[in-house]
Design a binder for this molecule. Structure first.
Ligand SMILES: NC(=O)c1ccc[n+]([C@@H]2O[C@H](COP(=O)([O-])OP(=O)(O)OC[C@H]3O[C@@H](n4cnc5c(N)ncnc54)[C@H](OP(=O)(O)O)[C@@H]3O)[C@@H](O)[C@H]2O)c1
Length: 337
């Protein structure tokens, strides 16, 4: 697979593998043996960038995902970039399927978390360590200072911020250079395009999470799709309701049309579209299935011209679109509709 550079020098595969869904938010945790095999196949297919977090797990095993990756990727550790996150916990008192997040960016929390992650991931350092959400009660300078100390101690080599905004990013970067932000980004959620000039200026990469709008943009889900209520966040995501499926029909039809012209799949068009925007954007789609893992990797070979990207953006600006999990379309957020 083609490679990209995040920040000044972190080389990763152009498509990374989001591993959350193997343990968390997409139904009960997947079979460990199958996922171990899948992770080895991902390395074989050229994925060198693997994304996890200390909180990706189940109520029974809250760190399931890091444990899985630690074991499965151990033979390949020297060939891959391992990224994890700290600084949040779920509000277990909530009845919601997608539980609210409680941020905690205190230096002592970060320093405690890294040791647990290193142990579970069976490694002596992480290549990229993110603060999972910004904790507004802790000055970001303190969080950045803790990351700097982890670098000095050799426990991490790069750090990043998930769901970063410009002001926080500038303040954090002044204390300890940031290598990447990891923010939501897809054809259904383009709000962070406003951050692109800042990332270009500061030489910070953009790791796009939920780049397929949680699978919706692949055109493989419809009204017949069933999601388990207690464990699958998609059962509560606004883009998967019957009304949203109707509302998004024209958009999905348009993506299918481009896919047909480019001899690609809708998932590949979604990923190729963001790859074409900037050389420092790296999507990390998640999947539990081998054929999809290959399909997504092959998106790095699909080339869209500037003109094609502009045409897609023009359609996305005007086509009917439902709300998507985690946010609304730019226009709706701006006008508060
Ligand atoms: N920083 C954060 O706060 C944050 C938040 C969310 C996610 N993330 C990271 O981003 C990664 C990706 O996000 P995500 O998993 O939420 O969303 P996503 O990658 O947009 O979508 C994942 C879903 O799409 C399906 N899928 C993937 N490729 C497909 C294909 N080619 N055809 C059809 N369906 C396909 C998967 O189902 P199957 O498994 O059945 O294929 C899965 O249900 C996560 O794994 C995690 O590492 C970070």
């Amino acid at each position: 697979m083609k490679k990209r550079i995040l920040g000044k020098d972190l080389e990763v595969s152009a498509i990374g593998l989001g591993c959350m869904g193997m343990s968390h938010a997409y139904g009960p945790a997947a079979d460990k043996k199958e996922m171990t095999e899948l992770l080895a196949q991902a390395v074989d297919k050229g994925y060198t960038f693997f994304d996890t977090a200390e909180v990706y797990g189940t109520p029974e095993n809250p760190h399931d995902n890091e444990e899985l990756l630690g074991e499965a990727l151990k033979p390949y550790r020297s060939q891959i970039v391992l990224a994890s996150k700290c600084g949040i916990r779920f509000d277990e008192t909530s009845d919601a399927v997608n539980k609210p997040l409680i941020p905690d960016g205190r230096p002592e929390t970060i320093k405690r978390s890294i040791d647990g992650s290193l142990e579970r991931l069976q490694t002596d350092h992480l290549d990229l360590y993110y603060i999972h959400r910004i904790d507004r009660s802790v000055p970001i300078e303190e969080t950045a200072g803790a990351m700097k100390e982890l670098m000095e101690a050799g426990k991490i080599t790069h750090w990043g911020i998930s769901e970063a905004d410009e002001e926080t990013l500038r303040r954090a970067h002044a204390v300890c250079p940031v290598t990447a932000v990891q923010n939501r980004y897809s054809m259904m959620y383009r709000n962070y395009e406003a951050l692109f000039p800042v990332l270009e200026e500061l030489q910070i990469g953009f790791v796009a999470f939920s780049p397929l709008a949680n699978g919706f943009l692949t055109a493989k889900y419809g009204k017949e799709s069933k999601f388990e209520k207690g464990t699958d966040y998609r059962s509560a995501m606004p883009q998967f309701t019957p009304e949203a499926i109707d509302k998004n029909q024209e958009m999905i039809g348009f993506i299918q049309e481009i896919a047909g012209k480019k001899q690609a799949t809708p998932a590949q068009i979604s990923l190729a579209w963001m790859l074409a925007k900037e050389p420092w954007i790296v999507p990390i789609p998640g999947t539990r299935k081998y054929d999809r893992l290959v399909e997504n990797a092959d998106a790095s070979e699909v080339e869209l011209t500037d003109q094609e990207v502009q045409e897609i953006d023009r359609i996305l600006d005007t086509v009917p679109m439902s709300a998507v999990f985690g946010g609304l379309r730019v226009e709706e957020e701006k006008t508060g509709k």
